[in-house]
Design a protein around this ligand. Structure first.
Ligand code: BYC
Length: 335
């Protein structure tokens, strides 16, 4: 698919082909960004815009795929048939999100095979959050409520991202994330209204996932090298700190309904800035996780590699079937 897309991008639309084409392309690109309109795969785009998008969209795709692991691990231990079916559907949704996003990334000229190779070689990033362990059933609630909640907060503005295939993929992803968050909230609510032990289990899970969920939004604005340019290109619509603050505001209301508390006694609404504030986060821990030294980094990649190897026969069978179908079609056209 990537090869097809690359072939279909007219040479004059690709940055660096000729000076006149680049100047015209840049003017067209600048106009589209200024109008807050959309860049499509065949439009000319600056090489740096393509690179940034590819970085963000491929990382996002990898996050969805790696993000299946902490929850898939609980499917066989879900406490009822209903919970099992719901969790299975959620994990399948995450696989689907990964596929929409890999498809969007392919339109930028990178093959899915290359992205997957980079992931399993440990060269590509994916969200820090998925390097933490899911210890109890209540973690399924905390992941749904906090992690998918943070994802919604981050991704709803991405529905308006300037790159068409990314923004359109986000619309569907966000609809499904809303169901995910709701199911997580409902797991926590039921535990919170259960026995004292169940309530404590829910509180422990919220305590463990709260800070990592806040760090999902990325480093503080002053340490975020990519934000400024990504915002100028209308890829990111809000800064990391702005979204983190909004997320805290959402959680403050919802945690009351859950009958639980946030493990942060510094949460407050600042009347002057009109923003929610939170206590300090351990950015050293965040950098350790990004460097591959989080609690589950090695395990997540190992599992991904094993799944890739185990799935080799499926890819081979699908390719053989596609070749057979295509040969059959060509024979029919020729007849
Ligand atoms: N984890 O300049 P910054 C899900 C990196 S999946 C790891 O602020 P940017 C779900 C960043 O890449 C949710 N790395 O970067 C799935 C950069 O490094 P590089 C995944 C992070 O791009 C299954 C460096 O730090 N969501 O919800 O402007 C089950 C400096 O950062 C992280 C997305 O991918 C992190 N948390 O902003 C359940 C959303 N944060 O690349 C749920 C799309 C930062 O220069 N992505 N880094 O080497 C984005 O919105 C942005 O890329 C970010 C970072 C806000 C994440």
């Amino acid at each position: 698919m990537a090869a097809q897309n690359l072939q279909s991008v007219p040479a004059e639309r690709t940055a660096g082909t000729s000076e006149t084409a680049d100047a015209e392309g840049q003017a067209h690109f600048d106009r589209i960004i200024a109008e807050d309109s959309r860049i499509e795969p065949r439009d000319w785009m600056p090489a740096a815009y393509r690179k940034t998008l590819l970085r963000q969209v491929s990382q996002h795709a990898h996050s969805e795929i790696i993000g299946m692991q902490p929850e898939a691990n609980w499917i066989s231990r879900a406490p009822s048939l209903k919970r099992k079916a719901i969790l299975m559907a959620k994990v399948q949704d995450e696989a689907g999100h990964g596929l929409y996003l890999y498809s969007a990334a392919e339109t930028l000229g990178q093959s899915r095979d290359k992205m997957m190779d980079d992931l399993i070689a440990g060269k590509a990033r994916y969200s820090s959050i998925f390097n933490y362990p899911a210890r109890t059933w209540a973690d399924m609630g905390a992941i749904g409520w906090l992690v998918d909640g943070a994802a919604i907060c981050n991704q709803v503005p991405l529905c308006r991202a300037s790159y068409g295939p990314y923004g359109r993929a986000m619309v569907r992803v966000c609809k499904e994330e809303s169901f995910h968050q709701r199911q997580g909230f409902e797991i926590l609510l039921e535990l919170s209204n259960g026995t004292p032990e169940q309530k404590q289990m829910a509180q422990d899970a919220v305590n463990r996932w709260y800070a990592p969920a806040l760090m999902m939004f990325g480093p503080p604005d002053d340490d975020s090298p990519n934000s400024k340019q990504s915002m100028a290109w209308n890829i990111k619509r809000f800064s990391n700190d702005e979204l983190r603050s909004r997320f805290v505001g959402m959680m403050v209301e919802q945690v009351r309904v859950l009958g639980l508390t946030l493990p942060d006694d510094q949460v407050r609404f600042n009347e002057d800035t009109r923003k929610w504030e939170h206590g300090p986060l351990d950015w050293h821990e965040f950098q350790e996780v990004l460097a591959g030294r989080g609690p589950c980094n090695a395990q997540r990649l190992e599992r991904r590699r094993a799944a890739h190897d185990d799935g080799a026969w499926v890819r081979e069978a699908a390719a053989a079937y596609a070749a057979k179908q295509s040969a059959k079609q060509q024979k029919e056209y020729a007849a």
